[in-house]
Design a protein around this ligand. Structure first.
Ligand SMILES: Cc1ncc(COP(=O)(O)O)c(C=O)c1O
Length: 441
């Protein structure tokens, strides 16, 4: 893959440059490992996404999925541009309040919301509170009756295609219509939404089309049976990016068992966000016409599509070990198991930040710091000759890297925001004292 796919350049020293900043110098100045975020890329990703949908369906609105990358300094930038918040936990909901987001700009999702969570959501007047199960609906009814306060409610449905598992109500098993009847009987509950989320890293819109047909049919049935018109259709996130791909089961097996590195993604395999929008909006329009149903507001909850390519993870090689049969191990200062979990199931390209244009001459197992033989960043990965001090830039670290990161034996890395040649720290590297802050000795 080519550095231009991420709009990166090099400087006179041949170092990789992002937003006018030398990544090798950043790792030295702010400490390695380090996340670096391109602020302009974040802003552009958001506006491109928003426009793609609003150009075709003006009543579309975008709520960034906090779980994808929950660094407050990153989320704040998206809010500055006008993006709403999609939250799935009381912590994320609390964070949205800390960031000054009004309840009317929050979509509250999440499995198994407690009485306390539901209470806060009703009190803060969220734009849409999506319920997930008959038990949660019962809890919500109790809360609303107690607070005597109106709330806009959506129901998450098992989608016709994509993720099912524990999420939402399954119309084949749960008595969806009994649930709607129970909600409708409560004066302050306004049933105005349906919600689906069909997966992550989707490269083509086919799943959305299939799910929209199911959902529109359901909207028509709800209107027939209950005289309720669903005005908000929340279709979740899932939009893939061209530079990352989810590894297939056979790719993971070949990679793990035989160190056969997977092929990089082909950019053309991934539909542009404009193509996603075209397919989604046209299907929605067709289905609404078929059912003589007014076009609902479209709620979008992108995560990866906004943050993935705006961030990279820098790690530094500390040592090279050559084992039997010449197998080379490069030891980095952070690994998959603590700070780069998505590398276990996705392809992420990696550049040598101090010599990004050098050709690969050898294969390396690039390991992290944990005492685990599974703490691979990369297995049998083609790289130029590596030396201690080399800085690796792991691309598309903006989605699910920070979210899955833990402090197994090491503090979590810091984060810098890059804009117009200036690097500003937005998260300091975690300190040992912070790692034990909640402990009682
Ligand atoms: C309900 C919901 N909305 C939005 C998202 C964001 O998904 P993505 O990052 O694939 O856009 C997720 C991710 O799992 C989700 O569960």
């Amino acid at each position: 893959m080519d550095i231009r796919q991420w709009r990166l350049t090099t400087n006179k020293q041949g170092h990789l440059i992002s937003e006018g900043c030398d990544l090798v110098m950043l790792a030295k100045e702010f400490g390695s490992p380090l996340h670096s975020v391109s602020v302009s890329r974040l802003r552009k990703n958001y506006h491109r996404f928003r426009k793609a949908f609003q150009n075709l369906h003006p009543q579309s609105s975008v709520y960034y999925s906090y779980k994808t990358n929950c660094i407050p300094g990153v989320i704040r930038i998206l809010h500055e541009e006008g993006c709403g918040a999609e939250v799935i936990s009381p912590y994320e909901f609390w964070l949205s309040e800390q960031l000054g987001v009004d309840g009317s700009a929050v979509i509250y999702n999440g499995v198994n919301k407690s009485v306390e969570d539901l209470t806060r959501a009703v009190e803060r007047d969220v734009r849409l509170l999506n319920v997930e199960s008959p038990a949660e609906i019962e809890r919500l009814i109790t809360v609303v009756n107690r607070l005597a306060k109106p709330v806009n409610v959506g129901i998450r449905i098992y989608p016709a295609a994509g993720w099912k598992a524990q999420f939402g109500l399954d119309p084949a098993v749960d008595n969806l219509f009994a649930a709607i009847a129970a909600l409708k009987a409560v004066e302050n509950i306004n049933i105005c939404g349906l919600h689906v989320h069909i997966g992550s890293g989707l490269k083509q819109p086919a799943y959305y089309r299939k799910t929209l047909r199911q959902i529109c049919e359901l909207m028509a049935e709800i209107r027939r049976q209950f005289k309720i018109t669903i005005t908000n259709l929340d279709i979740g996130g899932g939009y893939g990016v061209p530079t990352v791909k989810t590894l297939s089961i056979s790719e993971v097996a070949a990679y793990k068992l035989f160190q056969k590195s997977p092929k990089p993604p082909v950019a053309e395999d991934c539909a542009s966000i404009e193509k996603f929008a075209e397919a989604i909006v046209s299907t929605l329009q067709e289905e609404c016409k078929k059912h003589d149903f007014p076009l609902p507001n479209l709620i979008l909850e992108p995560g990866r599509a906004l943050t993935s390519d705006a961030q990279m993870l820098l790690v530094t090689i500390q040592e090279i070990k050559v084992r039997r049969k010449g197998l080379k191990y490069a030891l980095a200062d952070g690994g998959m198991q603590n700070i780069a979990f998505p590398l276990s199931y996705e392809y992420h390209h990696c550049f040598l930040a101090n010599r990004p244009l050098s050709a690969a001459t050898d294969k390396y197992n690039i390991m992290g710091t944990l005492c685990s033989p599974e703490d691979f960043l990369y297995r049998g990965w083609p790289m130029p000759e590596l030396q201690p001090g080399d800085v690796l830039a792991i691309m598309d670290a903006g989605a699910y890297f920070n979210s899955f990161a833990n402090n197994f034996a090491y503090p979590r890395p810091g984060v810098v925001l890059l804009e117009n040649g200036i690097a500003k720290q937005t998260r300091k590297p975690e300190e040992y004292q912070q790692m034990i802050a909640a402990d009682i000795f």
